[in-house]
Design a protein around this ligand. Sequence first.
Ligand code: UDP
Length: 539
Amino acid sequence: QSQELSHVRIDYHAALLALQEQGTRMVCTGKMHTDRICRFDYLCYCTEAEEFIFFHSNASVMLPNLGPRRFQPALLDLSSVEDHNTQYFNFLELPAAALKYMPKPVFVPDVTLILNRFNADNLMHIFHDDLLPIFYTMHQYTDLDDEARLVFMEGWGEGSHFDLYRLLSSKQPLLKEHLRNLGKLMCFTKSYVGLSKMTTWYQYGFVQPQGPKANILVSGNEIRQFASFIMGRLNITAEERPEGDDYIVVFSRASNRLILNEAELLLTLAQEYKMRTVTVSLEEQTFASIVQLISAASMLVSMHGAQLITSMFLPRGAAVIELFPYAVNPEQYTPYRTLASLPGMDLQYIAWRNTMEENTVTYPDRPWDQGGISHLEQEEQERILASKEVPRHLCCRNPEWLFRIYQDTIVDIPSFQEVLREGLKVKPNLKKTKPGNVVHPGRVRQPKCQTSVQAAHEAKLSVSWQIPWNLKYLKVREVKYEVWIQEQGENTYMPYILPQQNYTFSENIKPFTTYLVWVRCIFNKNLLGPFADVLVCKT
Ligand code: UDP
């Protein structure tokens, strides 16, 4: 397969000279291999050795210069999955003089972003591990624009949704196998290596059972902006639907983890909510047409599975109903719950689980990766069959987990209705979460304290401050102040919430004592501002 590299003409001679004389230059961000992204001039890749190469010359730069710590365990993670030992990036070193004896370099003149896709056959992984991180890594570096070239080094073929990767830049992404066809020694004129992990919200259970990441740094706003970008590239426009034309999308899987009474479920939903219902599946519709439908739906109902990543395209206020097969605890598998619950996603999330064993259909004789268990010891098979819930486990080949998650399910209609009625009782108040309402207060200004001693056991402490500077430009429903008073040397403090900008404390205030006082502003009960500099107040 031939790959058109670029229409940008480069002066081959000048590029070769620059590589020979300047060697490779690398400057990175990040203290650890897990948060590092590196920018290179003239990073090369030897397709025969399957190694990146750093050419040393008098002018080459390597920051950080880690010495042998570069191998402990690696320079950086090439995928967005944290510290996965199959996803490490490093390079070999050579003196630039060695170029004389090497194959003629082929230059890639585009600004490239070099990374590993984590699992390009699974829609959830494609969005969470690749597309979102690529999109926001490209936003981090201005020269990674629409003309940037993506280079995927994990070594797989295109995968099941390669078109989605094509949306991110105007140039055809390169796979590792393409590089081989282009030359023996590929040299990237300008490249970035690694991905931002800022947008990922889930860890897949390699070191501890799967769950939300400990420190989520993304909000619904960034997810929704990314989703709009994707919709734009798919030529989907948010259509205005006539009032009352609400509908529910049931996302079904055609090959496994089936809903066996889908027709009954659709009928129930239609009757209960007086809405049309539509079924979609990745086998039946194009991705774009599914996104188009979901982008205006009131509710998305689906079995647990990668297709639920499309819930990011739901309009604000919509509901996500995730169904779990028998013996699978929804609390332990929460990538889609976490997504729906990100602040600013403004989605309602409800999980339903099958608790009736007679409503499940198992497949013990399938291959292990589709949940079969007949290859296991008899005793182990019996234990799994008798178990009522998959115990906590690590990724990725736990046979009991695979057995249970690949069951088909008859959805028990009464319990489904009950869960929905319970879960949809409270409608989310979308007005509350308008973007303007997530502006945090600034510091209170000119905090002051005054003290006086009344008697041997009586003293007063008056604290006053001015409103935060940004408040005068905002309409805020409720402004309050929090004051913490701590006796110097004690490790507890007394907290107070006040509506006004000054207060005189006399309870618990002792004469001839030093108090530390912190003041901060709070908007609408829970938007906390920073504390002003601590006041030191002596009575
Ligand atoms: N898939 C599908 N239809 C099916 C089963 C799977 O379209 O009947 C897709 C699914 O959306 C995902 C990929 O195939 O993108 C891999 O599915 P798998 O069951 O391995 O992963 P999961 O959905 O549990 O994340």
